[in-house]
Design a protein around this ligand. Structure first.
Ligand code: ATP
Ligand code: PRP
Length: 208
């Protein structure tokens, strides 16, 4: 049995066509069903539906053999203990700094609200900017509006969320997409089915 960890929402939706090309079609829909383990049309493959930030943990401990996670989540988690063989090119976005519209440039000392604490720390340190990082779990865009922070580090896709909150993107920290990650022991113990799955994903991605 191969267990693949996927988060509900955009990664699940964008991963479905890739999985389908490999003959993996879940038999339930996580939007309407409360099941956390989904069987698929392949009797040897099941999906576990978890929070995006938990995917590296499940794969690291071998609770899932494979997982699909954003590069943002993988860097923040510290994914040295995982194999990351494929960029699936899904859930693309940018990790950026952002401020209120027309705010002064970020220099000197800055207060930063983000859920990407480690990435933000490293980024501002690399610029020689002294940053006080405030950890939030969501709605980062609110922080500068209510005086909690000068700046945020968050994911930006269309820019609509920033615009709707009178904020503007500043600097690009990195481009983000979702990656396939594999548990190191599973890569050895279940090499044949995992290698076959990787090859199928690679074929599908090459055709895109
Ligand atoms: P959690 O539930 O663990 O807090 P989350 O709410 O951030 O995570 P999603 O919003 O589904 O979960 O995001 C999952 C991944 O999708 C992110 O880690 C990122 O790689 C990517 N992503 C996030 N926001 C966007 C976006 N607006 N457009 C495209 N991709 C995005
Ligand atoms: C993500 C991110 C931004 C938004 C950016 O939030 O945290 O708020 O998308 O996308 P945009 O540039 O297209 O507006 P998400 O939709 O995942 O909401 P959540 O963080 O509250 O789960």
């Amino acid at each position: 049995m191969l267990t693949i960890a996927v988060s509900k929402g955009r990664i699940y939706e964008e991963a479905l066509p890739l999985l389908a090309e490999a003959g993996i079609v879940p038999t339930d829909d996580p939007k309407t069903c409360r099941k956390l383990i989904l069987n698929t049309t392949r009797p040897d493959v099941q999906l576990v539906i978890i929070r995006a930030t938990d995917v590296p943990t499940f794969v690291e401990y071998g609770a899932a053999d494979l997982g699909i996670a954003g590069k943002d989540v993988l860097i923040e988690h510290g994914a040295e203990s995982l194999y990351e063989p494929l960029d699936l090119g899904i859930a693309r976005c940018r990790l950026m700094t952002a401020t209120r519209k027309n705010a002064p440039p970020i220099t000197g000392r800055v207060r930063v609200a983000t859920k990407f604490v480690k990435i933000a720390q490293r980024y501002f340190a690399s610029l020689g900017i002294q940053a006080e990082i405030i950890k939030l779990y969501g709605s980062m865009e609110l922080a500068p509006l209510v005086g909690l922070a000068d700046c945020i580090v968050d994911l930006v896709d269309t820019g609509n969320t920033l615009k709707a909150n009178d904020m503007e993107p500043r600097d690009l920290i990195m481009n983000i997409s979702s990656r396939l990650v594999v548990n190191k022991a599973a890569m050895k113990m279940k090499n044949a089915p995992i290698a076959e799955l990787l090859a199928q994903f690679e074929r599908t991605l090459a055709q895109r």
